[in-house]
Write a protein that binds this ligand. Structure first.
Ligand SMILES: [Fe+2]
Length: 260
């Protein structure tokens, strides 16, 4: 069984199209998206239409809940005024540009999903099983806490996104947590590619999950973002691979890997 897991699309429909094609080339039989279709990039309807057309199995992110229900903000939980300023700009843009016809679909997405693939029980969430917008970072989530989340969810593998940075860890019990990363923006590593997670239960490699770096036409995305008058700070991230906003959420270890 082969399956692909996409995190945070953030309106990067160009990266999403590339990821769908890439996953199919690799033989993915199931395609999953762990939520946050909107935010950051241009033309929100295009990502939604691609996901719906490809019948990607969805989990609802905080952004999908916010846009689908026309909430006041994106529910990202920023406190820094600068991050809040940029979060408001991208949320206002996405809310305004998402067709009314797509909103019930976003609002109705399941907040969690349990599936069994090749005998492994997977539990898919956006942030964490206990909170849609909880950040699970590699450097700050202790094994015991992650074990508890897996046990409570009845899962061999817990998959999440929301942070924008991919990582995975095998726990002492043999259970595993996989943050699948994000298709919507680079992983703050100075590379312009974006990432998704791929499972091959027949693979001889261990672990059976790997992370796929995905090159896409980021220059085109940047041009379209500028044409839509999205903040130049966002465009810079797409062109350089370094985060320029939303830095407050990064724990110190993850932040030290970045430029800002
Ligand atoms: Fe999120």
């Amino acid at each position: 069984m082969r399956a692909a897991f996409f995190g945070g699309i953030y309106n990067n429909y160009i990266g999403l199209e590339e990821a769908l094609a890439d996953a199919r080339r690799r033989g993915a039989e199931r395609l999953f998206c762990l939520g946050d279709v909107g935010g950051f990039g241009p033309h929100p309807d295009r990502s939604i239409e691609s996901l719906r057309k490809a019948q990607v199995e969805m989990v609802q992110g905080n952004y999908d809940d916010a846009v689908g229900n026309a909430r006041e903000d994106c529910g990202c939980g920023y406190t820094d005024p600068r991050d809040n300023h940029f979060a408001r700009l991208s949320y206002a843009y996405t809310l305004d540009k998402t067709s009314a016809g797509h909103r019930p679909w976003l609002a109705g997405l399941p907040p969690q999903l349990s599936v069994e693939l090749g005998g492994t029980r997977l539990h898919l969430v956006h942030g964490s099983p206990r909170q849609q917008n909880e950040f699970l970072w590699e450097s700050t989530a202790p094994d015991a806490f992650l074990e508890r989340l897996c046990v409570e969810a009845g899962a061999d593998v817990l998959l999440c996104t929301h942070t924008g940075i991919h990582w995975q860890r095998q726990l002492p019990s043999g259970r595993r947590v996989v943050n699948v990363g994000a298709l919507g923006r680079p992983a703050n590593d100075g590379r312009t590619c974006v990432w998704y997670a791929f499972l091959d239960t027949e693979a001889e490699t261990a672990p059976p999950f790997c992370f796929i770096p995905l090159a896409y036409d980021h220059q085109r995305l940047a041009r379209e973002m500028r044409a839509e008058k999205l903040p130049e700070e966002f465009v810079e991230t797409v062109l350089t691979g370094w985060w320029t906003t939303c830095l407050e959420i990064l724990p110190s270890k993850e932040r030290l890997r970045g430029r800002f």
